[in-house]
Design a protein around this ligand. Sequence first.
Ligand SMILES: C[S@@+](CC[C@H](N)C(=O)[O-])C[C@H]1O[C@@H](n2cnc3c(N)ncnc32)[C@H](O)[C@@H]1O
Length: 268
Amino acid sequence: MSYNWIHAEEFSMNSFLLLDRWIIEMICRDYRGWAEFADNLGIALAYNPAVAWYFMHKSPESKTYVDQIIAKAPGNLTADEVRRAEVFVLQAMETSVVYAYPEVMNRNCNYIYDWDKERLLELADFTDKIVLDIGSGTGRLAFAAAEQAKFVYASEPTGSLREYMRDRIKREKISNMVVVDGTAECIPYADNSFDIVMSGHVVGDHYDLELNELARVVKNGGYLIDCIGDDDKHRRPDEELLRRGFEVFYHVSKSGGDIYRYRKQITK
Ligand SMILES: C[S@@+](CC[C@H](N)C(=O)[O-])C[C@H]1O[C@@H](n2cnc3c(N)ncnc32)[C@H](O)[C@@H]1O
């Protein structure tokens, strides 16, 4: 399924040189059962030795796999055949490749550009609150919260996105927001540190692990918020969040999507 967040023909394999270890590892781990992808990745890496070197050194746990798929790549391909393989890989990995280009994310990802910050601000009173945003991306939620909050910590595991947010903070002279590394599974803060812990399009791979960790760092009486952006998708409420006691807020987006946002007050 393509989101059309990038037009792969416009991108080079060098895009992968801008991505972090966890993404390279994920690309080499999660798609092993997809033979067409593995074949194309093998060709793309075989004919881009610097990118192959980066994959193996940035993610040593992927080295054996990268060696294997490169070994299977035919040695006599034309430039057009190689480019077709590169474009296949870039398009298939567009949701990761786009992290290397935050401006493209803001421009092409409808969940970001079609979103109204009031959708977040109406979920809680952010005034004077200490807020943590998990998996901030380009900072859709974090910058909105910073307009009202006392202080916002924007946590993001992708380096290019952290740099993008730091540049924007500097450019706009924002004094109540910092950008930090971290994941939902391992938040580098002490228990009970925040009034509000929020995220969007992040929680869902490992509900218990992620939500326990988010709840750990929320103060007694504080809120967990899951606020996805607006898009055109038809979806149902997240049963896993409802089962865990989240309130749900529904609206139809401008492009006709079903948007559900979630909030839970944490009592300790
Ligand atoms: C689809 S983007 C959403 C960005 C932002 N929250 C928003 O809604 O605009 C998902 C973000 O989560 C980050 N991410 C990926 N895995 C993560 C994890 N395990 N914990 C925290 N963030 C993660 C990605 O780097 C990316 O910035």
